[in-house]
Design a protein around this ligand. Structure first.
Ligand SMILES: Nc1ncnc2c1ncn2[C@@H]1O[C@H](COP(=O)(O)OP(=O)(O)OP(=O)(O)O)[C@@H](O)[C@H]1O
Ligand SMILES: Cc1cn([C@H]2C[C@H](O)[C@@H](COP(=O)(O)O)O2)c(=O)[nH]c1=O
Length: 253
C-alpha cells in the first residue's frame, strides 16, 4: 500500500517527486508486492548506485518538450564529439516504462526518478572514457512532475528558488544542461511531420496550453545546475552549430 502524504497541492507535489535515492527506493518497495517490475528496478538500483564519481570528460544534458529536436541534436553532437550518448529512462529499465506510465503519479514518478539514479552510474562510468551526452535527466522528471501536480497558469507554480527546483544532493550532476525551446507552432509542425503516437503529456498539452507553459517555466526555474536555453527554431545545422559552440565555451574539451 502506498502511504498517503498529500494535504494540499504543494504537499501533493513533494509527495509525487521523490527527490533522493532512499525516498525513491521506499516508494518502489511500497508497490513491489503488486508490481513485480518495481522489485526488478530496485535490484538494478542496488547494483548500480555504488559508482557515482564522474570521470574527467564533460557531461552535457539536453532537455526540452517533445519534438524540440533532442534526439536529432544529441545524435549529431555524439558524432561530432565522438561522445557516448545515453538517455532517460535508461535502456535496462525502459521495457517496463509502459507499465509504470499506467500507474498513479507517485509510482510513475518513482520509476522515472529511479531511472535517473541508474543513469547516473552509467554516466559516471562513461565519463571516464569520453564526453557524455544525455537525452533527458532529472530536470525532465522534475519539470513534468511539477507541471502535472500544479494546475492553472504559471503563477500557481511554487515560487522561484523553491526547493522543488533544486537538484537532488545525492544525484550525479552534469556540467552543462541545454534546454531546447521552439515556438508552439514549430513544435506542432515537427510533431505532425514525425507522426508518432502521442504521450499522455502531449495529449494534455494539445488540450491545455497552460500545461505546456508550466513545463517550460519549471525547466527555466531549475537550479544548481540551471538550464541554459537554446533557441531550437532554426535549421538542424544551425542548432548543432550553436550547441557545439556552447559546449566548447562551458566544458573543457
Ligand atoms: N532544427 C530542426 N528543424 C526542423 N526539423 C527538426 C529540427 N530538429 C528536429 N527536427 C525534426 O522534428 C522532429 C522531432 O525531432 P526529435 O525527434 O529530434 O525531437 P525530440 O526532442 O527528441 O522528441 P522526443 O522528446 O519526443 O523524443 C523530427 O521529425 C526531426 O527530424
Ligand atoms: C524522462 C522522462 C520522461 N517523461 C515523459 C514526458 C514526455 O511526454 C515523455 C517523453 O519521453 P521521450 O522518451 O523523451 O519521448 O515521457 C517524464 O514524465 N519524466 C521523465 O523523467
Amino acid at each position: 500500500m502506498l502511504r498517503s502524504c498529500a494535504r494540499g497541492p504543494q504537499d501533493a507535489l513533494r509527495c509525487a517527486l521523490p527527490a533522493a535515492l532512499p525516498a525513491v527506493c521506499d516508494r518502489l518497495r511500497e508497490c513491489a508486492a503488486r508490481i513485480p517490475e518495481a522489485r526488478e528496478v530496485l535490484t538494478i538500483l542496488e547494483k548500480c548506485t555504488k559508482q557515482q564519481c564522474k570521470g574527467d570528460f564533460p557531461i552535457v544534458v539536453f532537455e526540452g518538450l517533445d519534438a524540440t529536436g533532442k534526439t536529432t541534436v544529441t545524435q549529431a553532437v555524439k558524432d561530432a564529439l565522438d561522445a557516448v550518448l545515453l538517455r532517460s529512462p535508461p535502456a535496462c529499465i525502459s521495457q517496463w516504462r509502459t507499465i509504470f506510465d499506467d500507474e498513479p503519479t507517485p509510482i510513475r514518478r518513482a520509476f522515472y526518478a529511479a531511472g535517473n539514479y541508474i543513469l547516473a552510474s552509467e554516466i559516471a562510468k562513461a565519463s571516464t572514457q569520453a564526453p557524455v551526452i544525455v537525452d533527458r535527466y532529472w530536470h525532465s522528471t522534475a519539470a513534468y512532475t511539477i507541471a502535472t501536480e500544479i494546475n492553472g497558469n504559471v503563477q500557481n507554480l511554487p515560487p522561484v528558488q523553491d526547493g522543488v527546483y533544486q537538484w537532488p544532493e545525492d544525484l550525479l550532476k552534469p556540467d552543462l544542461v541545454l534546454l531546447l525551446t521552439v515556438s508552439p507552432e514549430e513544435r506542432a509542425r515537427r510533431l505532425e511531420h514525425r507522426g508518432l503516437d502521442k504521450t499522455k503529456e502531449e495529449a494534455e498539452m494539445e488540450a491545455n496550453s497552460l500545461f505546456r507553459q508550466r513545463i517550460e517555466e519549471s525547466y527555466r526555474r531549475m537550479m544548481n545546475p540551471a538550464c541554459q536555453e537554446v533557441d531550437a527554431n532554426p535549421s538542424k545545422e544551425e542548432v548543432l552549430k550553436t550547441v557545439l559552440q556552447l559546449i566548447k565555451k562551458h566544458c573543457a574539451l
